[in-house]
Design a binder for this molecule. Structure first.
Ligand SMILES: [Zn+2]
Length: 587
């Protein structure tokens, strides 16, 4: 259920400019009446993402994503519908209706919980900072100094210290009036088996993890002593923190990433600290685990050029390899910087300085070339079997590449490396390309070919000529609609008769499931002049009659085969004549 009155949603939609909203995320170019750009929802090099500002919808011909301005924000920002309405209203400077806030207890509770958790983290961050500069933090300060972290960096990162006491933070939170429920749900305080509440983080150097707005939503705690396990202790997932959707340091680097057009991705907090402090490059940290698609999406809002700067021992394997592969699959331009053995960005910069590191970034190698080199190292490619194995491995890599031009380039390099005649490699890559494309994240829509022309045209008219379409659709009965692939769309359309006409297209998209909205926009994006709506409806009714006709026909055949005569058969024959007559009338 929506939180807001329909009239408010309509106002927001009319005020919001879908073009402006989408342009905040996707650069668009005008082509005729519509706008075109690179799709934010799938990896591509040639634009297949369209925005029709007049009809108020977007559609991607590549992955079939589509919808109105709300659906765009829901997808792009991973919001619920009410959250998308709220965000749009805020962007447009509109005041939220007060009744809306109280109309759903559940969402009010959610909002209150999130608010409480954010406040608890704010208090915790301040507490840890105080502890770091006070007497208990002396050793932590010394460790930071030993690691070459300067005071301004320490301050910008908001570093702190959790003392060894079990109740320091707990008492602070209690004093500030936080409930036990908020304390435990924040993950900052844990309840022991005996019921006692104690601090989760003890004797640790504390690194606050922030949203890109800067609000603290979690902490990473690094052990102070070598025998302390685990070495890194992180906040659990909470209502405000999802590890897979957060990139460390984005709030500090986002402006620089936008400005310089790329980001360096490092593994740890201290790698981040050194790169950030030396001003060598805009940097974010993955914090040890493989990147998720959501994190890649987060990065894409700022740049599609990434330099991976990982431990050389790890670069080709494990989390680092999976991150690289994910970024390549998602269409990022990925380079790899390989430092000397045993070095990470932290130790490298402390030893050689930021300028030397920047030089390494400048000479970083495209990830694919790096992989090629790695795969060819220590292999005698003159041997037929080794060559075959190498080619197989590289085909595995090629499978990840989202577009044909990239695959061709890669094939060329593979061929060169293995001294194979190009043709052979190209042929293998092409074969694979056909397969790979099907594997990409395209939404599974009923293929447009499976739709009856009449239903397709009717759906087209719903967006482009809602008045005619609604009048025609009102004539349809459940029996006409039921077997159609667009049944849900048409049923929703039948509920729209009381809508102002100019809002019908977007209101339809809003009420549909994501999949059906995709289906509708993929039909609406086509420029074909359709059959008039009324005629479509007649065609659909005719189809229903034909279905009924053959059902009756089968029943008659069955009776006649059993040698039956009499009233039942007569009734069926009468039905048949009746249906034939109706079909005739519908022509
Ligand atoms: Zn797309």
């Amino acid at each position: 259920m929506s939180l807001f009155p329909q009239s408010f949603i309509d106002d927001v939609r009319l005020t919001a400019n879908i073009l402006q909203v989408i342009q905040e995320y996707v650069p668009l170019r005008k082509v005729g009446r519509t706008y075109k750009g690179l799709c934010p929802f799938h990896a591509e090099k040639t634009p297949s993402f369209h925005v029709d500002p007049e009809k108020g919808f977007f559609h991607c011909f590549g992955c079939n994503a589509g919808g109105d301005v709300f659906k765009f924000l829901e997808r792009q920002e991973k919001l619920t519908f009410p959250e998308a309405v709220r965000l749009l209203a805020q962007k447009a400077g509109m005041t939220l209706p007060e009744a809306a806030e109280s109309s759903s207890d559940e969402s009010r509770q959610d909002a209150a919980l999130r608010e409480g958790l954010l406040k608890a983290h704010e208090v915790a961050a301040a507490y840890f900072r105080e502890q770091l500069v006070a007497q208990p933090g002396a050793r932590a300060r010394q460790q930071l100094a030993d690691r070459g972290v300067t005071a301004p960096t320490l301050e910008q990162m908001g570093l702190g210290y959790a003392p060894p006491t079990r109740d320091g933070l707990r008492n602070r939170l209690l004093k500030q009036g936080f409930s036990e429920s908020i304390m435990t749900q924040s993950g900052l305080i844990v309840r022991r088996d005996n019921g006692e509440l104690i601090d989760r983080f003890r004797n640790r150097l504390m690194v606050p993890i922030c949203r890109d707005s800067g609000a603290v939503i979690a902490f990473g705690g690094r052990a102070m002593d070598g025998d302390q396990v685990p070495k890194y202790l992180n906040s659990p997932e909470t209502a405000i923190y999802s590890k897979g959707r957060t990139l460390y340091g984005l709030h500090l680097s986002r402006a620089a990433i936008r400005k310089l057009g790329y980001a360096v991705l490092v593994e740890g907090y201290f790698d981040f600290a050194q790169v950030f402090q030396s001003n060598a490059a805009p940097v974010v940290a993955s914090c040890g685990t493989a990147l998720t698609t959501q994190q890649a999406g987060l990065l894409r809002r700022f740049t599609t050029r990434i330099v991976l700067s990982f431990d050389p021992d790890a670069a080709g394997q494990g989390a680092a390899a999976r991150s690289s592969e994910l970024l390549v699959t998602e269409g990022f331009e990925v380079n790899v910087v390989v430092l000397d053995k045993g070095e990470d960005p932290d130790t490298f910069i402390r030893r050689n300085g930021g300028t030397a590191y920047r030089e390494r970034l400048r000479t970083s190698q495209p990830y694919l070339e790096y992989l090629l080199d790695q795969a060819a190292t220590g292999v005698d490619l003159r041997r037929e079997q080794a060559k075959r194995q190498f080619l197989d491995r590289m085909l595995g890599v090629a499978k990840l590449l989202p577009d044909a031009a990239m695959r061709d380039q890669f094939a060329e390099k593979v061929a060169f490396k293995a001294q194979i005649t190009d043709d052979v490699v190209f042929r293998e890559f092409r074969k694979l390309a056909v397969k790979a494309q099907r594997g990409l994240a395209a939404v599974d829509l009923p293929s447009l070919g499976e739709l009856k022309k009449a239903e397709k045209d009717l759906v087209w008219a719903l967006i482009h000529d809602p008045e005619q379409a609604l009048a025609a659709i009102a004539e349809l009965e459940e029996g006409d609609i039921e077997p159609l692939a667009t049944a849900d769309v048409l049923r929703v359309a039948q509920t729209l008769h009381d809508q102002p006409l100019e809002l019908v297209p977007s209101e339809l998209l809003r009420r549909l499931s994501t999949m059906n909205a995709d289906l509708v926009t993929s039909i609406a994006a086509a420029a074909t002049p359709p059959t008039p709506a009324a005629e479509c409806v007649r065609a659909l009714k005719r189809l229903r009659c034909e279905r009924e006709h053959s059902a009756v026909r089968r029943e008659i055949d069955r009776l006649q085969q059993r040698g039956e005569t009499g009233a039942a058969l007569d009734a069926l024959l009468a039905d048949m004549r009746d249906i034939a007559h109706r079909i005739e009338q519908l022509r």
